[in-house]
Design a protein around this ligand. Structure first.
Ligand code: SF4
Length: 313
């Protein structure tokens, strides 16, 4: 039995939610109609080179419908995985979900929280898109509900962040997390493994930086190139600065990353699946699903007789 409470060699999200709630948790992703400062010119234009929100949002998350309507559609979509007594976390997923005046944010968050069987919210945003007023609102809502903030951080290397036009630095991520910690708000971070120019060594150095943040959750996924993005054009011009992992290479690197990752940060995701129609041709893993990759990671860690945090100092 590992410190997180089961015998899986890494601290997975199901265990995290079981440790946090006294019930099963399911997620409803919604598109609350916000924009992104890296698209509308406030921080940048064109957005991150890899960005395609349509590729990663479920079809029921339609920004032209109200939050309540999207939640109703999401309940139907997930009906088969629902178990009696479970609760929902509403995931504000698309674009930057703290990018609006505080009173607008309050009304959208509160609409979601009024839903039936809703245990709380997960608010996805950019590290440079939170300030004290927004986080004070989150802290206020946390007095009654679970509310976490997830930041797209992607890499700890500023050169990489510039290369993919993130429009923020690693220090922005550090500052955003500090502001959350000051208010007792749990935070998550998203990271992409295999961004252009990054070596295995750099990815493991990013893990060391993640460890300093004391995140509640972390999400990783392999780099995928979506059709029609700036990254697709960059890849076609400079294929030599991109590398794509085979599933075995990816799982080996991930196992090493997990050995270094602190044991109290739950790993919520290790791989991303998008419909093939969104992906640049030839770059998929031919039908390999997320649960196959998770099983391979467990097998790899068991084969190495290791576990999350073994090398964390
Ligand atoms: S911050 Fe998010 S929504 Fe904005 S461009 Fe980047 S990936 Fe897209």
């Amino acid at each position: 039995m590992y410190p997180w409470g089961d015998d899986r060699p890494f601290y997975g999200s199901a265990r995290y939610y079981r440790n946090t709630f006294e019930c099963e948790i399911r997620k409803l992703s919604i598109d609350a109609g916000f924009s992104c400062p890296n698209r509308d010119g406030r921080v940048g234009v064109g957005g991150c080179t890899f960005c395609n929100n349509d590729a990663v949002s479920p079809r029921y998350a339609d920004r032209h419908r109200s939050i309540s309507e999207q939640m109703a559609a999401g309940r139907e979509f997930h009906a088969r995985s629902w178990v009696p007594g479970a609760q929902w976390l509403v995931y504000f997923q698309a674009y930057s979900n703290t990018y609006a005046p505080v009173e607008v944010l309050r009304s959208r968050y509160e609409e979601a929280l009024r839903g039936e069987d809703v245990a709380g919210l997960i608010i996805g945003t950019r590290p440079d898109c939170v300030d004290e007023a927004v986080l004070d609102l989150v802290a206020e809502l946390r007095q009654q509900h679970y509310v976490a903030v997830e930041f797209g951080m992607e890499s700890a290397f500023d050169a990489t962040l510039q290369r993919v036009n993130r429009g923020h630095s690693w220090m922005d991520s550090v500052r955003a997390v500090e502001l959350c910690h000051e208010r007792g708000i749990p935070c998550g971070g998203h990271f992409i493994i295999g961004l252009p120019g990054e070596t295995d060594e750099m990815i493991l150095q990013t893990i060391d930086q993640i460890n300093t943040l004391r995140l509640a959750t972390v999400k990783f996924h392999q780099l995928q190139i979506f059709r029609g993005t700036a990254m697709e054009r960059d890849f076609e011009s400079h294929p030599e600065s991109y590398r794509f992992f085979t599933p075995d290479e990816y799982v080996s690197l991930l196992a090493e990353a997990v050995r270094h990752l602190r044991p109290d940060t739950a790993v919520e995701r290790i791989v991303s699946e998008v419909p093939p129609s969104f992906r640049h041709e030839g770059l998929g893993w031919q039908g390999l699903r997320s649960h196959h990759v998770i099983n391979r990671l467990c097998a790899r860690l068991e084969h190495l007789d290791t576990f999350q945090g073994e090398l964390f100092r």
